[in-house]
Ligand binder design. Structure first.
Ligand code: ZN
Length: 239
């Protein structure tokens, strides 16, 4: 019996793990039925095994919970970063709207033609009151841009310095497309300057372009007349 006990005790760890053949399992089970010492050893081993499994399961659960926490934190952080990025982008857009430094690049090629004071006016779009007042001048220019039915003299009579944007009838244009953007407006009580940028294309009846310019920066000196209306006094534009 002693000899069989030592064999069974050797086999027990494998038996508990279910790693023995059927015959061996039957041999071990039969021995356990008749040997309280080995049976006690077997129950102790079984208990230890189930405790170990429980601990393992607990650890896995804790690890899973920790992972969920980390994922939540990361998601929060990603949302925070996205919100901050969006806020920065919005702030940058607002900043670029009021302080459109990039326009310096658009006049870069012709900047030596203008004074540093004139260039500096591009750094800020101007007050909203000045920009509103400037709209009246832009509407006069719109009229000139659209006009392709009159002679040079008639245009000069009608539009003054803005006549250069009208297409004289002898060019044979039948319609004009144009865009005119106010870049900045600086006005005092009676005079001021506007930076504008324009594009125009004049077409004949068959749709061929007979005249045009693209994205031309232009500096307009404006004055207020006796009636309190703003009008362009002179235009400074790189030839
Ligand atoms: Zn035994």
């Amino acid at each position: 019996m002693k000899n069989e006990c030592s064999i069974v005790l050797d086999l027990l760890p494998l038996y508990v793990e279910g790693m023995v053949s059927e015959d061996t399992a039957a041999f071990v089970e039969e021995h356990l039925e008749h040997c309280p010492a080995c049976a006690a050893e077997h129950s102790a081993m079984k208990e230890e095994k189930s405790e170990g499994e429980e601990r393992e399961k607990e650890q896995e659960e804790q690890a899973a919970q920790a992972l969920v926490k980390v994922k939540k934190k990361l998601r929060h952080r990603a949302l925070k970063i996205a919100a901050v990025t969006a806020a920065c982008a919005a702030a940058l857009m607002v900043l670029l709207h009021f302080f459109p430094l990039y326009r310096l690049l658009q006049v870069q090629g012709v900047s030596s033609y203008y004074s540093s004071g004139e260039i500096a006016q591009l750094l800020y779009i101007g007050s909203s009151a000045d920009r509103t007042a400037a709209q009246a001048v832009l509407r006069q220019a719109d009229e000139a841009f659209h006009d392709c039915r009159h002679t040079r003299e008639e245009n000069e009579e009608a539009y003054g310095p803005l006549a250069r944007y009208a297409t004289p009838a002898d060019r044979g244009a039948s319609f004009v497309n144009h865009s005119l953007e106010l870049w900045s407006a600086y006005l005092d009580d009676s005079e001021g300057t506007l930076w504008v940028c324009y594009t125009y294309e004049a077409f004949d009846g068959e749709g061929n372009i007979v005249a045009g310019s693209r994205k031309v920066p232009s500096l307009w000196k404006v004055q207020k007349n006796e009636k309190g209306e703003w009008a362009v006094e002179s235009i400074k534009e790189h030839p």
